[in-house]
Write a protein that binds this ligand. Structure first.
Ligand SMILES: Nc1ncnc2c1ncn2[C@@H]1O[C@H](COP(=O)(O)OP(=O)(O)OP(=O)(O)O)[C@@H](O)[C@H]1O
Length: 276
């Protein structure tokens, strides 16, 4: 084959590959505006990898699948996972990320922040706020379905929590950017002791762990998370965003508590809820 013909043929193949996003996305990672999540695959992953978290599994499966399947969500998906260290909060975030993007946590569309690592100095709070907001704005502009994971929320400065709040609400757009397809996952130890207390009470009364319901955790978590002493800032600024109930405490039984915020599933707004 002569070099010019070969070159033209290759250029043709390359142009076709780039011009057809679906074809391109078969081989490279894409930010797909359409549904890109298999409920069966997510369920299989949760069932086979995540143990002892029946509430978390159910809530996460319904929340994530319902959200991704909705072509026009009214607000971003906000999940808040609470539990003691080593209960699987990061693990489940990884499962969610991997089910939405091939690259999982390494994807260009998945952003992980660790409070003590990325925002260590209270004196730099104004700088962090600006940087965080422009990072979120820039990345959501580039990919509406961006995922932001915030680890150690209980150690996050209240001022930074305030900086994230506007993106979690029901705005069609903020300064020309719509955040309604974004996913925010907050991980926290706040409420861990209380979660353990509830699980322990169930065990003492001879009930199965699987009998614990979302509502059994709700109140306990709200109170203890709001009173969380680790989050810095004044009590007033510690107020959680609308639809975002505060977190609480419990270690021995090691439960993971996801909290669902104002998510619209099947067109019905769902009030914030909790699972263990
Ligand atoms: N419920 C679980 N089911 C299966 N494996 C788990 C579970 N919880 C934890 N693990 C295992 O333990 C490892 C550590 O858990 P992970 O980092 O998710 O804990 P965490 O709740 O995020 O803790 P921390 O609060 O310290 O960040 C995971 O990578 C996973 O291998």
């Amino acid at each position: 084959v002569e070099p010019i013909s070969l070159g033209l043929a290759l250029a043709g193949v390359l142009t076709t590959y780039i011009s057809y996003p679906r074809l391109y996305c078969l081989f490279a990672e894409c930010c797909s505006p359409k549904r890109s999540l298999s409920r069966e695959a997510l369920q299989k992953d949760l069932d086979s990898k995540l143990f002892g978290q029946h509430l978390a599994k159910k809530v996460i499966l319904n929340a994530v699948f319902g959200f991704i399947s909705n072509p026009k969500p009214k607000k971003p998906l906000t999940l808040s996972l609470h539990g003691w260290t080593g209960t699987g909060k990061n693990f489940v975030s990884k499962i969610i990320a991997e089910n939405i993007y091939k690259g999982g946590l390494n994807s260009d569309y998945v952003h992980l922040f660790v409070a003590t690592l990325h925002f260590p100095h209270i004196s730099n709070i104004t700088l962090y706020k600006d940087q965080l907001q422009s990072w979120i704005r820039g990345n959501v502009s580039a990919c509406a379905r961006s995922i932001f994971i915030f680890d150690e929320m209980d150690k996050m400065h209240a001022g930074l929590i305030d900086a994230i709040k506007p993106y979690l609400d029901y705005y069609d757009n903020l300064d020309g950017v719509s955040y309604q397809k974004a996913i925010f996952i907050f991980l926290s130890n706040a409420g861990a002791e209380r979660i353990t207390d509830v699980a322990l009470d169930f065990w003492r009364s001879g009930k199965q762990r699987e009998e614990i319901e979302l509502k059994d955790m709700e109140h306990a978590l709200s109170v203890s998370a709001f009173n969380n002493k680790n989050t810095t800032g004044t009590p007033a600024s510690r107020k959680f965003p609308r639809g975002w109930s505060s977190p609480g405490n419990l270690p021995t039984c090691k439960s993971l508590v996801p909290r669902l915020h104002g998510l619209s599933v099947l067109g019905q707004p769902v009030a914030s809820g909790t699972a263990a």
